[in-house]
Design a protein around this ligand. Structure first.
Ligand code: NAD
Ligand code: USQ
Length: 420
């Protein structure tokens, strides 16, 4: 198949592009490298030494004989180029990872809130509109998030895969309907994913675009069988307070001898998936598209559920790391139960990779190897969900960032404006 991987330079996109290329698909990566630019602006780097795109692709071709194309393109700002690309490649499937994906970054400043909405909502809409303009019958596989549901709604009832049956009282009596599960986002980033869902429902109905939306949990791990083939193919590993996610952060912190940074009580329960399963799930989704005219297919792309404090205890027992409870910078429930349905991927053949000591140690080995590149001042999460103005002032003076280059990629220009 001809497949476009939008956001194929990122943490999930890069290993997915390699996995699909290895399976014989003809891959074109599309990326505007904004994630690398945000690292520059936040003055932080991936723990692992990720290589420039040209090196990544050259090494992959040398090792496997398989060529991956790369198009440097901003799907939010370069609509005409996107239409031209679709007309030229005529992809059978488009995997859409190209969004700003960090909840803390999306809550950092008014500028980053607006950037996240502009980038994610317009990027997704441009893609859908461009597919219609190009007259393509292609399958969009989008990476959504478990956070659209709000991590539990009706006590212990498991979260269904996208749609929920409701009974509505009408003058003619009770009517059964299946509707999109109510959206309950917990950050501006998660909010953009709930807006994506509505756009998908509309374009599937109006233009019969075939869409699969994958409501993915927190991804952990780093390497896949392909990225491990050569150090120059290594995947990124985010550990900082904005982009690092909880399990990878804890593993890095234990390696460094930093206390494990549990927010609040640690009673928050979340869904998880290993990066090796992410790439397999995407392959399964591509192989099983909905039919034209059908509503979007929604899969919960998760394999396990843990409380934050359970993870901290597990890693502390394994490594001896100290667990420390920090005031929670987020506005979120301190304690929640979470059950998630994930039967669809299993019925398509997914054999879930579960959290095991061996896999945790594998991630820790990577952390050990590159621990010297950690900047300890970037570990604590500083983005506050509330009291933006006070926090903004301290962010701006502490970071010393004032460059004009902030404006296009991240919206940080409006940080300065709002501070005047
Ligand atoms: P990432 O930030 O590492 O990768 C996203 C990529 O998209 C980056 O390479 C970035 O440069 C690119 N991009 C962003 N905006 C773009 C634009 N306008 N035009 C072109 N390219 C653009 O993020 P990730 O962790 O790989 O996540 C990928 C997707 O999966 C995201 O949509 C995210 O919401 C979703 N997801 C991630 C996780 C996780 O734990 N990492 C969990 C659930 C869902
Ligand atoms: N947390 C800590 N300590 C830390 C970091 C996080 O206690 O050092 C807590 C957070 O307060 C939160 C939970 O761990 O309660 C998860 O935080 P996270 O940063 O690991 O994950 P989150 O912000 O939810 O976002 C990540 C990805 C996002 C994806 C989402 C899936 O960055 O792209 O959509 O996971 S989900 O969580 O299922 O919505």
């Amino acid at each position: 198949m001809k497949i476009l991987v939008l956001g194929g330079d990122g943490f999930c996109g890069w290993p997915t592009a390699l996995h699909l290329s290895n399976k014989g698909h003809d891959i074109t990566i599309v990326d505007n490298l904004s994630r690398r630019q945000i690292d520059v602006l936040l003055e932080v780097q991936s723990l692992t030494p990720i290589q420039p795109m040209s090196t990544r692709l050259k090494v992959w071709e040398e090792l496997t004989g398989k060529k991956i194309n790369f198009v440097y393109l901003d799907i939010r700002q370069e609509y005409d180029k996107l239409v031209q690309l679709l007309n030229k490649v005529k992809p059978n499937a488009i995997v859409h990872f190209a969004e700003q994906r960090a909840a803390p970054y999306s809550m950092k400043t008014p500028g980053t809130k607006r950037y996240t909405v502009d980038n994610n909502v317009n990027g997704t809409h441009n893609l859908l509109s461009a597919i219609v303009e190009a007259g393509l019958d292609t399958h969009v596989v989008h990476l959504g998030t478990m956070g659209v549901y709000g991590y539990g709604w009706l006590g212990n009832a498991p979260i269904p895969e996208g749609y929920v049956r409701v009974k509505v009282e009408t003058p003619e009596g009770e009517v059964d309907r299946e509707i999109l599960h109510p959206a309950n986002p917990g950050s501006v980033y998660h909010m953009t994913k709930t807006i994506d869902q509505l756009m998908f429902a509309f374009y599937a109905k109006n233009d019969e675009i075939r869409i699969t939306d994958l409501h993915q949990g927190i991804v952990w791990g780093t390497q896949t069988p392909e990225t491990i083939m050569d150090e120059r193919l290594i995947n990124r590993f985010d550990y900082d307070g904005d982009y690092g996610t909880v399990l990878n952060r804890f593993l890095m912190q234990a390696t460094l001898g930093h206390p494990l940074t549990v927010h609040g009580s640690g009673g928050q329960t979340r869904a998880f998936i290993n990066i090796r399963d992410t790439v397999r799930c995407i392959e399964l989704a591509i192989k099983n598209p909905p039919k034209r005219g059908e509503r979007p297919t929604i899969f919960n792309q998760v394999t396990e559920v843990f409380r934050v404090k359970e993870l901290a205890e597990l890693i502390s027992n394994m490594t001896g790391a100290e667990i420390r409870h920090y005031p929670n910078p987020r506005y979120e429930a301190d304690e929640n139960d979470l059950k998630v349905e994930n039967e669809q991927f299993k019925s398509l053949g997914l054999k879930p990779t579960t959290l095991s000591k061996g896999l945790l140690e594998e991630v820790q080995d990577i952390a050990k190897k590159y621990i010297d590149s950690v900047d300890p001042s970037k570990i604590l999460a500083t983005s506050q969900w509330r009291n933006t103005v006070t926090k903004l002032r301290s962010y701006d003076s502490a970071s010393g960032l004032s460059s004009r280059s902030k404006q296009n990629v991240t919206g940080l220009k409006s940080v300065k404006n709002n501070n005047r």
